[in-house]
Design a protein around this ligand. Structure first.
Ligand SMILES: [Zn+2]
Length: 108
């Protein structure tokens, strides 16, 4: 029953293990992973993120590793919340953020 599950935090940018019975306590900025990102990934070098988005304050998931490493059976992008009401489908799209900032929708 002590199974460890791999998670990535959009807030801290860390990959870490969570005990199975702790998963229910996680907030909605944690992404379940099935495996660690490859350290030879040219985009994220195994960190699973491509850098910190200073304005929205989250780590930008690697689009390449997102496809291969995320546990999609247990993860729904629409459910993720960084700062309500944003979702990962929004934050994953960097152009969306730029356009949102330019048009001043932010902080509505
Ligand atoms: Zn990557």
């Amino acid at each position: 029953m002590d199974e460890l599950c791999l998670y990535f935090s959009l807030i801290s940018g860390d990959i870490y293990y969570v005990e199975e019975d702790e998963i229910k306590n996680l907030d909605k900025s944690q992404i379940p992973l099935t495996q660690k990102p490859k350290s030879n990934c040219k985009k994220c070098h195994g960190r699973f993120h491509m850098g910190f988005e200073r304005i929205k304050k989250y780590y930008i998931p690697c689009p390449k590793c997102k496809n291969t490493c995320v546990d999609w059976d247990n993860f729904n992008e629409q459910d993720v919340v960084i700062e309500s009401p944003k979702t990962t489908s929004e934050i994953a799209d960097h152009d969306f953020i730029k356009s949102a900032e330019q048009s001043g929708i932010e902080g509505e």
